[in-house]
Design a protein around this ligand. Structure first.
Ligand code: HEC
Length: 198
């Protein structure tokens, strides 16, 4: 920068123009970042599942496993209840007044196991009386969604929960009930069709 009288004072005061040069990130920074990345992935893999559920939303790894009827494996009826029934009959088994009937203390649950199995297999529509109240809702069909073992597990669960104390049912009983009404395709028509099963 010569003493050129053409340059103004302001021009002379400025720093020289910046110029680009080849200045790669030092190898140790690259190694450090790569190491951090590998550590982070490993950390997620190791720490996530086994962290105490009290630190999160209290769900444990088992809550995310969808029940599959693996041969010989015990099926968790409570889990099937949570995924397939709870939305309507509620966690307490009390249902919703006037909309979804209670399972707690229900004569349909505490009575003959075959009746409860038939209700879960085919579902119900039309007027159904539960504990003196008539419901006119639609209970979905589960015969294509749940296998014999799963229906046995969930029926056993509701018969032993919410204050109910009826006995457990086996997959063989469900199989027999499924066979007995295999030609039935529509949901049961409430009291009219189900009372004879009682
Ligand atoms: C979409 C809501 C819904 C779901 C999901 C549902 N139900 Fe129901 N359930 C009903 C309704 C509604 C009725 C009454 C039907 C009627 O009024 O005709 C009923 C009736 C019943 C009854 C006979 C009445 C009583 O309260 O005892 C049983 C037993 C039953 N459901 C068990 C189950 C089980 C077990 C599951 C899960 C596998 C299940 N339900 C899933 C809505 C549902």
């Amino acid at each position: 920068m010569s003493d050129n009288s053409e340059q103004t004072r302001a021009q002379r005061r400025e720093m020289p123009e910046p110029y680009e040069s080849n200045f790669p990130a030092p190898w140790y920074v690259i190694v450090f970042v790569a190491g951090l990345f590998i550590w982070a992935v490993g950390y997620i893999g190791m720490a996530y599942r086994d962290a105490p559920s009290s630190l999160g939303d209290h769900r444990v790894a088992a809550d995310f496993v969808v029940a599959k009827a693996a041969p010989g494996a015990a099926i968790d009826g409570g889990q099937i209840y949570t995924s397939h029934c709870l939305a309507c009959h509620q966690a307490t088994g009390q249902g919703l007044p006037g909309v979804f009937p209670p399972l707690a203390g229900s004569e349909w649950v505490d009575g003959k196991a075959s009746t409860t199995i038939q209700i879960v297999l085919h579902g119900v529509e039309g007027a159904l009386t539960v504990k003196g109240t008539t419901y006119r809702g639609q209970m979905p069909t589960f015969k294509d969604q749940l296998d014999d073992g799963q229906i046995a597990a969930v029926v056993s669960h509701i018969r032993a929960s919410f204050g109910n104390s009826a006995g457990a049912v086996t997959a063989d009983e469900v199989k027999a009930e499924r066979e007995r009404t295999k030609d039935h395709t529509a949901p049961w028509n409430g009291d009219a069709e189900l009372n004879p099963f009682k």
